[in-house]
Write a protein that binds this ligand. Structure first.
Ligand SMILES: *Cc1c(COP(=O)(O)O)cnc(C)c1O
Length: 396
């Protein structure tokens, strides 16, 4: 089983030991690589933190980053978090969600784990085969008297059908929480994606489009909700002697906030480079029989967080055949999201986890490979990945 943690350590190892004697032709190509500002640019902020000795608890960098982020994202009410997972756990608490929650099995495992941490039972619903997001047409059939919310994922940064989801939620009196871990900077033609639902939760983890090493945020619809979320992430304190709720410690530190402030300056450029890579992959892969690129080109509002392909039966190798062929050549692709969350032991006993309930998610998990995409990836590396996929498909 691959996990985010394992993959990141492999990634860091390669960064420390670039190439590891690989020849140029066999240069290792990473699936993701974090963007960092020049270290010198961070030093003045570090000096300020060292001088003030204010390290956390909503200090000046926290305040500045929160303001800058709300401006960048175009949302009024945002709360910084130590990571997205604690944000998801807190979001469910903030909305007082209980019983059953409808969600997608095709996501990173943290989505469902946040439910278990709240003693909520996930109810898995199949995905739309085109977007790989939860299929709104299948949600209503999964609603029971115990259902209290829908937790949907903007998978790979591709927006969910937010209108359809919210229509169903309104009709049945359900809350909607979006796991927006992939959706940093994604915009809808009709407005702001992050303004949909009751809450949206972002991740600033090292492997995401925008990183603060570790970090996350909750977007709230109004000041009152933000205040409650802020209390929940600070042990439930409302002032230094009053605790109103059993909150957690979800605060972002001054270091992460100072880094985030710097990172915001370059994120547009990074997304633009991702867009160019996305276009190059799509153009070149269109000639390879049996390889389907998820999403579509010219998504001007996308963030190109991932480049998932589906290895269809028309291709000469199986998905795992191609996966191993690429990794042997030093192209460190990932099968992301495989296995499905519903197949992990803490979920597999649920009735909604059975494969017959999730045929499209099962198929996608058996066909998907995420190709390398990050701002430092060069055009010749993109071409090498495409050439390897094309030649592996011809070889059989
Ligand atoms: C990365 C990720 C998370 C967890 O984010 P952290 O900031 O690492 O806690 C949650 N959901 C999805 C879909 C993710 O990809």
């Amino acid at each position: 089983m691959e996990t985010e943690t394992l993959d990141l350590s492999a990634l860091l190892q390669h960064a420390a030991d670039p190439g590891a004697a690989d020849s140029a032709a066999h240069e290792t190509i990473l699936v993701a690589q974090p963007v960092l500002p020049p270290l010198e640019d961070l030093l003045p902020s570090l000096r300020e933190i060292w001088d003030s000795k204010v390290l956390t608890n909503g200090g000046p960098f926290h305040q500045r980053f929160e303001t800058a982020l709300s401006e960048y994202l175009g949302v009024e009410h945002i709360s910084l978090f130590t990571n997205c997972t604690i944000g998801l756990v807190t979001a469910l608490q903030a909305m007082d969600i209980q019983g059953e929650v409808i969600t997608s099995p095709y996501s990173f495992v943290a989505t469902a784990h946040a439910l278990l941490w709240n003693r909520i039972t996930p109810k898995f619903v199949d995905i739309d085969p085109h977007t790989l997001n939860i299929d709104p047409e299948r949600i209503e059939a999964a609603i029971t008297p115990s259902t209290s919310a829908i937790m949907a994922i903007h998978c790979y940064g591709h927006p969910c059908d937010v209108e359809a989801i919210e229509r169903i939620a309104r009709k049945h009196g359900l809350k909607v929480i979006y796991d927006a871990a992939h959706a940093f900077g994604v915009r809808l033609p009709t407005g702001n994606l992050l303004k949909h639902g009751d809450l949206s939760v972002l991740s600033f983890h090292a492997t995401k489009v925008f990183n603060t090493f570790e970090g996350g945020a909750i977007v709230s619809p109004d000041a009152r909700t933000k205040t409650y979320v802020d209390q929940l992430k600070n042990f439930g304190f409302v002032d230094d002697v009053t605790v109103v709720t059993p909150g957690i410690n979800g605060k972002m530190s001054e270091f992460n906030a100072a880094l985030g402030l710097l990172q915001l300056k370059d994120v547009d450029k990074a997304i633009q480079r991702r867009r160019d890579i996305d276009r190059r992959y799509r153009e070149r892969l269109s000639a390879v029989h049996g390889i389907h690129c998820v999403g579509f080109s010219g998504e001007s509002n996308a963030n190109h967080a991932y480049f998932p392909i589906l290895v269809r039966p028309g291709y000469a190798l199986s998905r795992d055949g191609l996966y191993h062929a690429l990794r042997e050549q030093g192209v460190l692709v990932r099968r992301y999201f495989h296995p499905l969350i519903s197949s992990f032991p803490m979920y597999s006993h649920l009735a909604s986890s059975c494969e017959e309930n999730l045929p499209r998610a099962t198929e996608a998990a058996s066909q998907v490979i995420c190709l390398p995409i990050h701002p430092a990836l060069r055009d010749d590396q993109v071409d090498r990945v495409v050439d390897l996929i094309a030649s592996a498909g011809r070889r059989q």
